[in-house]
Design a protein around this ligand. Structure first.
Ligand code: TK8
Length: 334
């Protein structure tokens, strides 16, 4: 009996000695929903994030990923986070302007000239300021991931100048800045959730949509489109959002692991997008689409014409927010 007791105590001691390493972590399954598909670079980012979480939590924090809008579209999933019924979503900022109007700043046409500029703004103090606003509406932004520079695809005609957009039925995100940008260029802009875009293009309910090359590729839009124009008209970020209601119940170690690992995933995801962009373009061309690049003169002309959108939306986004980003960009461009 005594021997048995000693043996049990010994085992108990060994066990408790091994526990402290991950004692701050609880076994958790974190649902992450996405509108895009698993072969989008977000998939690589999630994989890297999971490896990092495995190391930090001893395998206790598990990401359970849902693709292709399986848990609902961007907006719907984000609302589920706010009410504490879903943990996480990787979403474009654009459909969330009804929740936090300041996000509309990222929708302003031709705001960023290259990704490095975007990274500096998003990963710096401006990004932090937006994160604080998001926290106030129940959303923790773990990190800014990449969606990328957006280009136009359509099934009607090549677009070489803004006049070519006249009357074209262009799907835009559920976002007034995008709506006005395309209306102002003469298009017939229609707001629509991402999940409906493929079939709307297929049935010709709409003629056109705009998204980065990797999305035109991985969401198979090239199968139902004939022309692509490299317009680079906007760089909209992905947000890796976490439900604040749920996040607040996690230990500080769990919270820190999620934040740190989301940054690890972000860097991998951005890297893969950089690599895949050109490959996606090749794939789109091989599928038989006609691709043209907007001339610098025409891009400048469209940018000029689009400036009214800045004035029109400044008040709603927040004058301090718009002025803040312009000041930061001026600083970066020095
Ligand atoms: C995916 C969307 C998409 C976005 C859009 O859920 O809606 O066009 O660019 O990538 O967030």
């Amino acid at each position: 009996m005594r021997k048995l007791l000693l043996a049990t105590t010994a085992i108990a001691c060994t066990l408790s000695a091994s526990v402290p390493a991950f004692a701050e972590f609880t076994e958790r399954t974190i649902r992450v929903s996405n509108g895009i598909n698993a072969d989008h670079p977000v998939g690589n980012g999630i994989e890297a994030m999971q490896k990092c979480l495995d190391d930090k939590s001893g395998g206790k924090l598990k990401l359970s990923t849902f693709w292709g809008g399986a848990l609902g579209g961007d907006l719907q999933a984000t609302q589920a986070l706010r009410s504490g019924v879903q943990e996480a979503v990787v979403t474009s900022s654009s459909p969330l302007v009804g929740i936090e109007p300041a996000l509309g700043v990222f929708d302003l046409p031709f705001l960023f000239s290259n990704s490095e500029e975007a990274y500096k703004v998003l990963d710096g103090k401006f990004g932090d300021m937006i994160d604080e606003k998001l926290a106030a509406v129940g959303l923790i932004n773990l990190a800014y991931w990449e969606n990328g520079f957006r280009n136009l695809s359509n099934s009607v005609r090549p677009v070489n100048k803004w006049e070519d957009l006249e009357g074209m039925k262009v799907r835009v995100m559920q976002n007034n800045v995008f709506l006005d940008t395309f209306q102002n260029l003469g298009a017939n802009a229609t707001p629509m959730a991402f999940g409906e875009v493929f079939s709307a293009l297929e049935t010709k309910t709409i003629d056109a949509q705009e998204n980065p090359y990797v999305t035109i590729d991985t969401s198979k839009f090239f199968e139902v489109q004939k022309y692509v124009t490299q317009t680079n008209h906007a760089y909209t970020p992905f947000l890796f959002l976490f439900s604040k209601a749920i996040f607040d119940t996690y230990s500080p170690e769990e919270q820190a692991a999620l934040k740190d690992c989301a940054v690890v995933g972000r860097d991998v995801e951005r890297q893969v997008i950089g690599d895949l962009n050109q490959k996606s373009l090749e794939k789109i061309k091989e599928a038989g689409l006609e691709v043209n690049v907007l001339s610098p003169e025409e891009q400048a002309r469209i940018r000029e014409k689009s400036m009214v959108v800045y004035d029109k939306h400044k008040a709603e986004i927040g004058p301090d927010v718009v002025e803040g980003i312009m000041a930061e960009l001026a600083e970066i461009r020095k």
